[in-house]
Design a protein around this ligand. Structure first.
Ligand SMILES: *Cc1c(COP(=O)(O)O)cnc(C)c1O
Length: 466
């Protein structure tokens, strides 16, 4: 054994203890560090011929890299839709690496058994029936990709062709209809060989991001073959929701595959006041839910549900020996793009076990309350304009005068020590958005963000007048 490996094996307790201390110091400093520091990279370092062991690597990392990291685990990182990691999720994630299981096969079954238990809890959390089978994947993009891969196989079934065998070209032109599809849907269509151009945008309701169901019905009636509909449960700008029940009702007449992108919107199901927004989710043929957003498990984690695990296994089966039926419960190796994968479900298992349904609900309701409070602050801040009502956990707003992307970027940059917001374009207007999905965010963080925002607007106004 290499001497440094042997030495580290001997002092493993010290290595883990120092790692624990580093992690604790980082987390304890989340409130003080700039939320996004925007550093230059450190002076380069070449590959070492002889390393100095784990403790030396820790010390070097702490000096060169750690100060440059953002506080994305903290309470005022409102960019994109970013979750943190609850204490139990962090414990589960650490142990995932310690156990280092390749949880994909019944030849070594505990990992996939644990994943199935966790999927069962998630199904209950989101009010899905047992007709939905679930698998863990690395994020919502991958969940959408897997869901649309199953949809692609379903189109083949409808048209009497075997896509897994003969390729997407055998389908001819495919139509995927959606009102406000997330960018990852186009990416998935590119990956799946259906092409980004397969995505047809259906008109949305006036002043909304939710699809106009009558327009969707017209598009379905005009289509000359079976379609895929991507319904949206939680759009990124204004967290709007398609009417899932009304869309599902069209399926009887037009026979399409209904995929619902509920990456973070699925969590509305946890709040009695908002559960109506996702009524009908169970009617979907496939559902995407991200877990590293609102469940607050570390990257990378999401779940993909479908009613047709048989089609899923047709797409992803991995061995020639399995060309026949895969049985009732195919191993995970036959259900996702990955073969080997870590025991990804463990962090979710821990946080669901530790805090239960009521704990997840408290996080969701506190985030919604925070978004509403910030929305109210924005509405009363001179120079800012709220662009949409705060339906759930995102505040979308702009400058009242001269809202160019450059000025909005300057406004966001003016905050980035205190809070991180990301740019967008909504209804043709450049805007900023603040998404609440971190378990640590409190009312005090909302006040701190609102103060920083008001200050930055005042400074920005002065500059514009100069
Ligand atoms: C975040 C998001 C995605 C993509 O999720 P990743 O985890 O970044 O892959 C897809 N759809 C919606 C609605 C999202 O919010």
């Amino acid at each position: 054994m290499h001497p440094e490996l042997a030495a580290d094996l001997g002092r493993l307790p010290d290595v883990l203890e120092e790692t624990r201390q580093r992690a604790l110091a980082f987390l304890a400093g989340l409130d003080e560090r700039p939320v996004v520091p925007h550093p230059e990279p450190p002076a380069g370092a070449g590959l070492a011929e002889d390393g100095g062991g784990a403790r030396a690597a820790l010390a070097e990392f702490a000096e060169r890299w750690e100060p440059r990291l953002s506080a994305s685990a903290g309470p005022r990182y409102f960019g994109f839709v970013t979750g943190g990691a609850t204490p139990a999720a962090l414990a589960g994630d650490w142990l995932t690496s310690a156990y280092d299981q390749n949880s994909n096969s019944s030849l070594d079954p505990a990992g996939q058994q644990l994943e199935r238990e966790t999927v069962g809890w998630l199904r209950e959390l989101f009010g899905l029936s047992a007709t939905h089978h679930g698998t863990f994947v690395s994020g919502a993009t991958m969940s959408n990709t897997v869901g649309l891969a199953v949809a692609r196989e379903w189109l083949g079934e409808r048209l009497g062709v075997d896509v897994a065998e003969d390729g997407a070209g055998a389908l001819g032109r495919v139509r995927v209809l959606s009102g406000s599809a997330h960018s990852s849907v186009a990416k998935a269509l590119s990956v799946l060989g259906l092409g980004r151009a397969a995505l047809r945008t259906v008109p949305v309701l006036p002043g909304r991001e939710a699809v106009d169901v009558a327009a969707l019905e017209r598009a379905l009636a005009e289509a000359d073959g079976p379609c895929v509909v991507v319904a949206n449960a939680g759009t990124v700008n204004t967290v709007d929701f398609d009417d899932l029940r009304a869309i599902a009702a069209l399926r009887e007449r037009y026979g399409f595959w209904l995929h619902v992108d509920a990456a973070f919107g699925a969590f509305a199901a946890l709040s009695p006041e908002h559960a109506e927004l996702v009524a009908g989710l169970d009617l979907a043929d496939s559902v995407c839910v991200d877990l590293h957003k609102w469940l607050n498990v570390p990257y990378d984690s999401a779940v993909q549900f479908t009613r047709r695990p048989d089609l899923q296994a047709r797409v992803f089966r991995n061995a020639a020996a399995y060309l026949g039926p895969l049985g009732e419960h195919p191993d995970l190796v036959h259900l996702t793009p990955e073969n080997s994968h870590r025991l990804r479900a463990l962090a979710a298992w821990f946080t669901l076990r530790a805090y239960g349904r009521s704990g997840q609900r408290e996080i969701v309701e506190r985030c919604i309350a925070g978004a509403r409070a910030l929305g109210a602050e924005v509405a009363r801040t001179e120079g800012l304009e709220l662009l949409a009502p705060v339906r759930l956990n995102v505040v979308c707003f702009t400058l009242t005068t001269d809202p160019t992307p450059e000025r909005l970027a300057a406004l966001a940059a003016g905050l980035s020590d205190e809070a991180f917001l990301t740019p967008t374009r909504y209804a043709g207007r450049p805007a900023l958005r603040a998404a609440f999905s971190n378990w640590r965010t409190t009312e005090a963080d909302v006040r701190r963000t609102a103060r920083a925002l008001a200050r930055a607007v005042r400074n920005g106004t002065v500059q514009a007048a100069d």
